[in-house]
Write a protein of this length. Structure first.
Length: 137
């Protein structure tokens, strides 16, 4: 039997039918304060307007602190990670499809900005004994 999604006892359809104020009361204190006292920034409002106009379109954004709202479920985002700068390999945008379980979190939580560090063998000068090894053969 598949698990049915619920957020604080409410289904996804109930969350979508709620007003923003009702949904805000269900969030954690930090997200509740952000939405109720400060409100959405101009960039965040612009993203929501773009989602309402084109829900099937791929949306690229730098706004990592955007709280995921129920109307964003199913939308594909390209979230900026800051990669691919000079001397670094990697992608600048992490592709994320918003799932119901992500509601109430922030976009940046699902696009990591740091990569795993992979070390190879130690180089010359890494140990005391290696300073006596000839570098040229």
């Amino acid at each position: 039997m598949p698990k049915v999604f619920s957020f604080r006892g409410h289904s996804l359809e109930e969350l979508k039918n709620m007003s923003r104020e009702e949904f805000t009361r269900l969030l954690t204190s930090q997200e509740r304060r952000k939405l109720s006292k400060k409100g959405l920034t101009d960039q965040q409002k612009k993203i929501l307007d773009n989602i309402k106009k084109n829900p099937d379109k791929f949306h690229k954004t730098h706004v990592r602190d955007m709280i995921i709202l129920p109307e964003m479920v199913g939308v594909k985002f390209g979230i900026y990670t800051g990669g691919a700068t000079k001397g670094q390999a990697g992608e600048k945008w992490a592709t994320v499809t918003i799932l119901p379980e992500m509601v109430g979190h922030r976009l940046g939580e699902f696009a990591m900005t740091t990569k795993r560090v992979k070390h190879s063998a130690p180089g010359i000068g890494a140990t005391r004994g290696s300073k006596f090894i000839a570098t040229k053969t």
